[in-house]
Every structure is written in structure tokens, then in C-alpha cells.
Write a protein that binds this ligand. Sequence first.
Ligand SMILES: [Zn+2]
Length: 301
Amino acid sequence: MASYLATATMGQFDLRRYRTPDGLRMYDAVDPDLYKEHVDPQDPTSPTYGQVADGSLARQGEILDFLARQFGPYPFSTGGGIVDDADDLFFALENQTRAIYPKSFFTDPVSGDSVVVHENAHQWYGDSVSLAEWKHIWLNEGFATYAEWLWSEREGLGTTQEVFDFFYGDIPAGDPFWDVVIGDPGVQLLFDNAVYVRGAMTLQVLRNEVGDRDFFRILRAWAARRAGGNGTTAQFVALAERVSGEQLDGLFHTWLFTAGKPALDAVAATNATAAGAPDRTPPAAANLLDRISKGALRLHR
Ligand SMILES: [Zn+2]
């Protein structure tokens, strides 16, 4: 187990122990103060952070079941989450089997569900399969972000392609977003929003190249073969090539190791450009932009 994923949390919590419909033992801990704080402090009829968090945590069985269908069996024997009322906590962290969440994500169900999907996806990619070195961070964050896009599609809030198209169309070529070399972003940009968003975009490009069947075989093989161990980008590329039988080093070189906005073919580029209009923002994309604006992801733009 990677040492940064161990957690001990102290304080007063509402603790729930239960089993998911699949029988997985779950432990959720929510700070009771969060049931007194309204999401909109001016509106006492607005839900409390605790209520929104409860709603998202209650979907964990459904979320884990959904993720297991894409990624393979859940890698651990317990699960759950901790929601703390700490005003200076701005990020969530995928502690092994017990992710911690700040209240700021639980302003509405779309945001709350997305972060619970993200941290639970890390149980496969980040926790069970850890990083050999931090420079391979996109293997964690790109994958967990892509899981949010898969969930968005499942919830009818925009397909993975629509979310891809939005970001591709919305972020102009001159934007510093495209300068981040996410395959080796450096210490300062390790958790830059480009690592998350361009990382997930890379997976969508891979999926379009190899097709759904091989794409999900690659994801499942990565989780299964490296369970309890670690991996590198080069190993992932080799696996993708082995499973698909395709030469993919050009694709990964462009998307992971080349600064600048990658070119798409003409039809894909036209679709993406049309999708970049602000009035067409898919909720999963709006939610990511909101997290970037709140500082949950480092703002590079
Ligand atoms: Zn993450």
C-alpha cells in the first residue's frame, strides 16, 4: 500500500456501517456539524452539506457496481468515505478504502456524486495500482477523471465524447493549458488541471482509436495485472499496444509528451469546436471547471 494513502481521522462523526447490495462492508463518517450548515447560507430552505453528502455517499454501492463493470472487481474488502467540516480542506484524497472529502464538493448532487465517483475510481487506479514514480500521475488523475465522464454518460448528463468535445472546443490553441506535458509535468504542475482533463481526453482518444471492446479490456487488464503493485506510462502504452494489436506510440507521444493542442481529423475538430460554446457545457465539464475555480485543482489557465 502506498504510504500517502493511509489515513487516521480524529473528531466527532456520525458513523454508518453497512453493506452494499453486493455485500461489501462500508464505513462512512460524516461530521455532524455539516447538518447545520446550509449550502446557501442566505437560504435556510437550501439543503445542508450533510444532506448532500449523505445523498452521494448513499450511492456508493451503485457507483462501485458501475465502476466494477468497467474496470473489473473492486480491489479491496471494505469501502467508504469521510466528510469533514474543515474549512481549510479544499481537495478530496483517495485514502485507501476511506476517501476523505471536504464539504465544498457537496453543494449539489451532480458535484457530490462526481467526486465520490472520482475518489472511488482511484481505488482501482492510484490505490490498488499505484505509481512507480510521480511523473506518471496522469495514470491516476486522467483515469479517475475519465471515470467521472463515464458516470456522466450513465446519468444522461453528457457522453464521454461530448465532454471531450467541450474541452477541446472550449480551450483555444494558445491557452497555457495545452503547454503542460502531462506525461512528465514536473513537480510544480503535478496536480495541474491539465493532468486531469488532458489525461481523460487521452483516454477518449485511445478509446476512439482502438474501439470500445479493446479499450475496456486494456483498462481491466491494467487494474488486474498490476493490482497491489505499481506501473509506469511506458508499461501502460505497451499493454495498450499488446491488447489492441495496434501501434500507439504516436498517439501517446502527441497526447502525453508533446506541448501544444493536438490536431484532430477535420470532422472531429468541427464537432469539438461546435461543442465548445458555453451554453452547451455538459454538467460534468461545468463541474470540473467549478472545481478548478474553487482551487480544488490548480488553476493553470
Ligand atoms: Zn484524483
